[in-house]
Ligand binder design. Structure first.
Ligand SMILES: Cc1cc2nc3c(=O)[nH]c(=O)nc-3n(C[C@H](O)[C@H](O)[C@H](O)COP(=O)(O)OP(=O)(O)OC[C@H]3O[C@@H](n4cnc5c(N)ncnc54)[C@H](O)[C@@H]3O)c2cc1C
Ligand code: SF4
Length: 341
């Protein structure tokens, strides 16, 4: 690890100023991703700005409706918050499917969205990687690409975004609140993470010096019919191979609204709003779900070792939609805790 200086920020504006004036600085929250990247020499900030003393841990009613989740609230405090469990059980379920209890106690909401890809070559500094070193090449294209993307890829990068939480936030259409050198702004969740294009080094649309302060949840939480289906190699300490977050609004067996977001398949949580729209007014049947799944995967492309994700993704979408349709029990959060040690 390289040497670095550290300050603990106590106000948002000083944290933003500190970051904006030092191009080699980095914010650190729970540290569960950044410190690993520093130990592996993937990221080499010379100055760290600690965020944990900032007053950004509250989870409270949003004056504009919905709920506001502080960027520094931990994943555990967010998932177990009674209002999140009641109004956004999809989010609780999704967070609890991620990492482990110990990690969720440290990981913060802001940090979770900004965790970096788990592409093996990104971590291995002896191999070319356009995301780590722009212009050096992509080792995954012809390499071992079992965990890589099948949708929205570019010849520059086929990495996936690893966050579970972000998949639920995409389905729920959260808004990211940020504070930066030019003031505050909000970013619609779909615009927050990027596809790789010809700038795979940029994971998101944050500008230099911007700090995430909160996530705003809209009033609608799909609390009656929802599911997060995470398919992974182990039930703990494992990222999604493919995951699906579903929120449904049903009237009898008729779909009034459907949200479907996928994880593990693209550089950002993947939604196909045109397909969601085709489900509106249709019956919640397996046939209709299968047609939707086929349409979502229509442009999917495998790179060899990850070809299986196309069929797996289709099956996962159908299963998640069925689970969300058939559920009639409120979330038993303890069940998720027990199945996600
Ligand atoms: C073994 C292991 C297993 C894991 N499994 C999963 C899993 O299954 N699913 C999953 O989703 N995740 C998983 N994770 C990842 C984990 O969820 C993330 O590491 C964590 O959420 C990051 O949050 P943090 O607060 O620790 O971020 P940090 O490591 O502190 O920061 C991460 C990045 O975010 C930036 N940052 C942090 N906060 C802010 C802010 N408010 N504004 C602007 N920038 C900010 C930092 O500068 C840094 O670039 C796993 C991690 C490990 C180590
Ligand atoms: S997929 Fe992206 S992160 Fe992985 S080696 Fe290629 S450029 Fe790097």
């Amino acid at each position: 690890m390289n040497s670095f200086t550290y300050t603990s920020a106590t106000a948002v504006d000083t944290a933003v100023r500190d970051k904006s004036t030092n191009s080699k600085s980095a914010f650190v929250a729970g540290g569960t991703n950044l410190l690993d990247l520093m130990k592996e020499n993937v990221e080499k900030p010379t100055h760290l700005i600690g965020l944990n003393k900032l007053p950004l841990t509250a989870i409270e009613d949003n004056p504009e409706g919905g709920l506001r989740l502080g960027a520094l609230a931990t994943n555990a405090d967010t998932a177990w918050h009674p209002e999140v469990e009641k109004r956004y059980p999809l989010l609780s379920q999704t967070i609890l499917a991620g990492a482990t209890a110990q990690l969720r106690n440290m990981a913060t909401n802001g940090g979770n969205l900004l965790q970096r890809t788990r592409c093996y070559y990104f971590y291995d500094t002896s191999t070319p990687c356009n995301k780590r070193e722009p212009g050096s090449g992509c080792s995954a294209l012809q390499g071992y690409n079992r965990i890589h993307a099948i949708l929205g890829t570019s010849p520059q990068c086929i990495a996936t975004h690893p966050s579970d939480m972000a998949v639920a936030l995409a389905a729920l259409e959260a808004t990211v609140r940020v504070s930066g050198p030019h003031g505050e702004r909000t970013i619609a969740f779909d615009d927050f993470h990027r596809l790789p294009g010809d700038q795979p080094e940029r994971d998101n649309t944050l500008e230099t010096g911007e700090l995430i302060t909160a996530l705003d949840m809209p009033a609608k939480g799909f609390e009656k019919n929802f599911t997060y289906l995470k398919l992974r190699d182990r039930t703990s300490y494992a990222f999604a191979v493919v995951s699906v977050a579903v929120g449904l609004e049903l009237e009898g067996n008729t779909i009034k609204e459907a949200r479907i977001a996928l994880g593990g398949v693209a550089h950002k949580p993947w939604r196909d709003m045109a397909v969601e729209e085709t489900l509106r007014g249709q019956s919640a049947t397996e046939d209709n779900f299968r047609q939707a799944a086929t349409a979502i995967m229509h442009n999917a492309q495998g790179y060899g070792y990850n070809n299986f994700k196309i069929e797996l993704g289709k099956r996962a979408i159908v299963r998640a939609l069925k689970q969300a349709t058939e559920m009639d029990q409120p979330l038993d959060a303890n069940a998720y805790l027990n199945s996600n040690p």
